[in-house]
Design a protein around this ligand. Structure first.
Ligand code: NCD
Length: 307
């Protein structure tokens, strides 16, 4: 049976612990003068992105290259998908070229599971609809672990995830991994931007939690996934849910401020986070390479990293 990495839930606790430890190892590789290792020489990784991406796509590409795999990236907007080729035919065509892992981002939930039915290759979910984004969750958890100097036990940590929870696959996967590691999560959002059912604690009062929690995780408003009328108006949203000067100064000095990117300045982010010592936003980007190296190595590597 081929091993995949499609959701935190599917991976389970033991694998997540192993992947976090492996991410730490890969981060150390990334700090070497020559950050490239031969571990995946001869393997081919195919990036299949049906949705826009900057960080995720580039860092998967770099992660594969750092492990010496060959990479190919299908630019869907200039591919035969535009001539009506189906997803299945696209996958089977690329598979015939000899692919060991597909990295898939698609606007529809569940596509990575479908793709796995059409190829013997490993499938990595790089974001499927509103559903899951497990490598983002892994890099987020690793960033907390690194900044806090802790291992894989997050009990005692309180995390507020703030904003458009309902449409966010990041919120779902990152909440899953944080809870799996033992952290307490609260979702902070207007009622219209919360999922219809969830067993996570919620509040609509950002001010009540901003100065209390260990981690404030801000989300982008996913307007491309919204019907009309979910948010009264941008100004009202920002007044209640953005990180502005007042809330930024209420953050605990040892708190972490996180965001998966892309960030919308002037909507959820009214301050320049690069000026806040609590911000981990660029660390998250750096750690994304190590986390994706860990996943690729787990799925495709045999033997050691240095072999
Ligand atoms: C997110 C995504 O695409 O799910 N971005 C990312 O991968 N870092 C979040 C978003 O689009 O808001």
């Amino acid at each position: 049976m081929t091993l995949h990495f499609r959701s935190i839930e599917e991976a389970g606790t033991e694998r997540i612990h192993r992947l976090l430890d492996l991410t730490e190892h890969m981060a150390a590789v990334g700090r070497r003068p020559n950050p490239k290792v031969p571990a995946l020489r001869g393997k081919t990784v195919c990036n299949l992105f049906f949705e826009d991406s900057t960080r995720t796509r580039m860092s998967f590409d770099l992660a594969a290259k750092r492990l010496s795999a060959d990479t190919m990236t299908l630019a869907v907007s200039s591919s035969s998908v535009n001539k009506g080729e189906s997803l299945r035919d696209t996958v089977e065509t690329l598979d015939s070229m000899g692919v060991d892992a597909f990295v898939v981002r698609h606007q529809t939930s569940g596509v990575p599971w479908q793709v796995a039915g059409w190829t013997p290759a490993a499938v990595i979910n790089a974001g499927d609809g509103w559903h899951a984004h497990p490598t983002q969750a892994l890099l987020d958890a690793y960033t907390i672990r690194q900044r806090r100097g802790i291992a894989n036990d997050f009990s005692g940590l309180k995390v507020a995830v703030v904003g458009d929870i309902r449409h966010s696959r990041v919120a779902r996967s990152t909440t899953d991994i944080l809870q799996l590691l033992g952290a307490k999560v609260v979702h902070v959002a207007p009622r219209t931007l919360l999922p219809p059912t969830s067993d996570v604690a919620t509040t609509s009062k950002f001010d009540d939690v901003v100065g209390e929690v260990d981690v404030v995780y801000m989300l982008r408003m996913q307007r491309e996934r919204m019907g009309a009328g979910l948010v009264p108006n941008g100004g009202e949203y920002s007044r209640r849910f953005a990180l502005d000067e007042r809330r930024a100064s209420a953050l605990r000095p040892d708190a972490l401020l996180m965001h998966p990117g892309p960030m919308n300045r002037g909507v959820e982010m009214m301050v320049d986070p690069t000026e806040l010592p609590q911000s981990t936003i660029l660390d998250q980007v750096t750690n994304g390479i190590a986390a994706r190296m860990a996943v690729l190595f787990e799925l495709l590597g045999s033997g050691g990293i240095e072999e």
